[in-house]
Design a protein around this ligand. Structure first.
Ligand SMILES: NC(=O)N[C@@H](CC(=O)O)C(=O)O
Ligand SMILES: [Zn+2]
Ligand SMILES: [Zn+2]
Length: 429
């Protein structure tokens, strides 16, 4: 294994130091380190962070390999600075058995670009009718700890309660897509002045908030862990703040797109901006940024949702919801949180690596940058700026909501257990 000497990087944005990466681990951090035979990486001006961890990625394999595969999504993740991603269960077949989660886990190992951690479905076929074999998925080689019907809400409260009780036995967590389905029939965008003006059926904030309120009460009642996916409204942040103040074991994530974009994007009628939950208002965006800054929202989760051209480039009402996120997530967080002074680099590491790793119970990720720790790390150039070109993305799909936007921050290198998956901003395989 090659030894790497990373020279003059700023760990979590602190003063420059050298980082020696040897045998898959951080061997030393200090001034003027030297190591014979080491490959030197000049990192002056670069910030070193622990490898990013995504709690919410759609990789589309098995079933829609034309939109993304475990390999192409892994490459997009590595280029975005990630060393672990949780692969959502809404594949075809659905990841609701030990067999399917082991298949996804194995494909991730073979690609070798990030640790692909399968999420198990809560209910059989995402049907919302009966619980999937949660215990078998937890005991499988994939060691599933996060369970979600994402794309669908576990809307039956009795079933949600049973899922929470079940996963408690192995320290698992239910990640809820909070959407009361009776309130979102035919919904196309955020319900408000703009949906009225555009004549599109609205997705009211209350459809999300009602489920979050119900679920935090259930999590409190049974003493289990709940995670809320893609929180999108100011009211949701308030409910989470209240629940946390009561000691409920609830965590939450916000997507990069909900931190940056609003329902104003829908005025273009460009379906690239169609997503669930929908882009909301300026006031919601502000509340999400404040919630991420004060820790009410624990993590950034990309909800990277690749879609093939024919599923996205159609009329708004026909287009599938979802947008890409992995390759620009860190840049969006730099723009919305770091540059305005709302999160420092240690805060970025906390919300994009440490806390998501803890929520997913990934022992080898989200660790401190310290000697002896696994060398999962990313080097970022915060001063670089680039315009997003969807054609240049590693994802197999092109549905980036950031096309043509200039964003700050460039991932220069990513290391997975001491092996570079990205060097000079390019994937190594
Ligand atoms: N976010 C989306 O709009 N779509 C996701 C499903 C989901 O996250 O709910 C997808 O799988 O495409
Ligand atoms: Zn969802
Ligand atoms: Zn999703």
């Amino acid at each position: 294994m090659t030894t790497y000497l990373i020279r003059g990087a700023r760990p979590l944005g602190s003063d420059p130091a050298d980082i020696l990466v040897k045998d898959g681990r951080i061997a030393a951090i200090g001034d003027s380190l030297s190591a014979t035979g080491a490959e030197v990486i000049e990192a002056a001006g670069l910030v070193a962070l622990p490898g990013l961890v995504d709690l919410h990625t759609h990789l589309r394999e098995p079933g829609r390999e034309d939109a993304e595969t475990v390999e192409t999504g892994s490459r997009a993740a590595a280029l975005g600075g990630f060393t672990a991603v949780h692969a959502m269960a809404n594949t075809d077949p659905v990841a609701d058995t030990a067999g399917v989660v082991e298949q996804v886990w194995r494909l991730g190992q073979e690609a070798g670009l990030v640790d692909v951690v399968p999420v198990g479905a809560v209910t059989v076929g995402l049907g919302g009718g009966r619980l999937a074999e949660l215990g078998a998925m937890a005991d499988s080689a994939a060691r599933v700890r996060v369970f979600s019907d994402d794309g669908h809400c576990v809307s039956d409260p009795a079933l949600m309660r049973r899922a929470l009780e079940y996963v408690k036995a192995f320290d698992g967590v239910v990640a809820q897509h909070a959407e009361e389905p009776r309130l979102t029939v035919g919904a196309q965008m955020h319900e408000g002045d703009r949906s009225a003006k555009l004549g599109l059926t609205g997705w009211p904030a209350a459809a999300e908030e009602a489920i979050i309120a119900r679920d935090v009460l259930l999590a409190e009642h049974v003493g289990a862990r709940l995670h809320v996916c893609h929180v999108s409204t100011a009211g949701s942040v308030e409910i989470l703040r209240w629940a946390k103040s009561r000691g409920v074991q609830v965590t939450a994530e916000v997507t990069p797109h909900h931190l940056l974009l609003t329902d104003e994007c829908a005025e273009s009628y460009d379906p690239v901006f169609k997503v669930n939950p929908p882009l909301r208002t300026d006031a919601d965006v502000e509340a999400l940024r404040a919630g991420l800054a004060d820790g009410t929202i624990d993590a950034v989760g990309t909800d990277h949702a690749p879609h093939a051209v024919e599923d996205k480039e159609s009329e708004w009402a026909q287009a599938r919801p979802g947008m890409l996120g992995l390759e620009q997530a860190l840049s969006v967080v730099i723009q919305t949180m770091v540059e305005p002074g709302r999160l420092d680099w240690a805060g970025v590491a906390d919300r994009m690596s440490v806390r998501p790793a803890v929520i997913g119970r990934l022992g080898e990720h989200g660790r401190p940058l310290a000697p002896g720790e696994p060398a999962n790390l990313v080097l970022v150039d915060p001063s670089a700026r680039a315009t997003v070109d969807p054609a240049a993305l590693a994802s197999r799909s092109r549905n980036s909501p950031y096309a043509g936007r200039e964003l700050p921050g460039r991932v220069v290198a990513t290391f997975l257990r001491g092996v570079p998956t990205v060097l000079d901003g390019k994937a190594t395989k």
